[in-house]
Design a protein around this ligand. Structure first.
Ligand code: ASP
Length: 325
């Protein structure tokens, strides 16, 4: 069984799952880091759950959860974003509404405090799906979204990480902290969102999987919703989140089986590392990865909630939990 978790059982009124990417083995040993990341994920899941509990929309819930994670410097999104090879931030985000397959995404943002809000604005206030670079920054500013200086986004940790990578003192891509959220609201609609700073030492202009609909983010209320994290280039090549959905819709696989197939037979087959969170119309939740350290939290209206970090991973074992409720 791959590392991760599955929750099934009676269909709840609403369901939320969030992720915070992966902790590297070094950071997984730091108690304060694990605690802060866990607390932020739990807060994000609760914030989304509170909105859904009062019949709020999936868009509001996903946006609220992701903003909390973007503001937490432990994750590679918003504040704490990974740095480009020249020490800048270029942030990507996407949100998709499964009800009508409407989607909004941004790539290469440099000044927007909460990129997920810019992605939502593209969906709701433009006729496009994806804006990138200067135009995306300008659009977000015109929409009145809060701006921030480079110094807000850049943390010492990410500056040190960039330096270490450039001096080849650490293995590449060992800290993947993209954030994501997928919800099923009380009206039965599924919404998914993802936000990231990308990968450290990326070339300026590089765009990952997160803002690409069907790669890092996808939602179709009839089938499933998903958000990915890991080495984006591989998730793009296998159209990971859309493939998950297609396997369920066209092959009739359940969420768990489809997830196993995407990760084992597609992602691992091309040499990619990472994982995904997903849920289906019945409120079944899955978090699964082919490397240890996936940070996630889940919450449902029926009271089911799941710890945010696989403790077996924290103690260095490459083994996964598998909750069946
Ligand atoms: N998937 C992200 C990207 O490639 C990185 C991550 O998940 O941390 O941009």
């Amino acid at each position: 069984m791959l590392p991760g978790c599955t929750i099934k059982g009676v269909s709840p009124r609403w369901a939320v799952i969030v992720h915070g990417g992966f902790l590297s083995p070094q950071r997984a040993q730091q108690v304060a880091v694990v605690q802060e990341a866990r607390a932020a994920l739990a807060e994000a899941a609760r914030a989304a759950g509170a909105i859904l509990d009062r019949d709020g929309s999936g868009m509001d819930a996903v946006e609220a959860a992701i903003m909390i994670l973007e503001d937490c410097p432990q994750f590679d999104a918003g504040r704490g974003s990974a740095l480009t090879a020249d020490g800048q931030v270029e942030m990507d985000a996407a949100i998709m509404r499964g009800q009508d397959l409407a989607a909004g995404a941004v790539a290469g943002l440099t000044r927007v405090r909460n990129p997920i809000r810019a992605a939502r604005a593209v969906l709701e206030r433009s006729s496009h799906v994806l804006l990138q670079g200067t135009g995306a920054d300008q659009f977000a500013a015109q929409q009145g979204l809060e701006q921030a200086e480079l110094s807000y986004f850049v943390t010492d940790r990410m500056r040190d990480h960039l330096r270490a990578l450039q001096q080849q003192a650490v293995p590449a891509n060992n800290d993947l902290g993209t954030v994501g959220c997928v919800v099923r609201d009380a009206g039965g609609q599924i919404t998914a969102g993802t936000s990231t700073g990308g990968i450290t030492n990326k070339l300026p202009g590089r765009v990952g999987d997160s803002p690409l609909i069907g790669a890092g983010t996808y939602a179709d209320s009839r089938v499933c919703g998903a958000s990915a994290t890991g080495q984006g280039e591989y998730f793009i090549r296998i159209a990971a989140t859309h493939t998950l959905c297609a396997l369920m819709e066209m092959k009739g696989l359940d969420l768990d089986t489809a997830m196993e197939q995407v990760i084992r037979q597609r992602l691992s087959a091309v040499g990619g590392k990472g994982g995904m969170i997903a849920l289906d119309p019945a409120g079944a939740l899955v978090a699964r990865a082919n490397i240890p350290g996936l940070l996630f939290a889940a919450l449902r209206s029926d009271g089911v909630s799941v710890a945010t970090f696989d403790d077996a991973v924290a103690s260095g074992h490459d083994a996964g939990e598998n909750h069946e409720h």
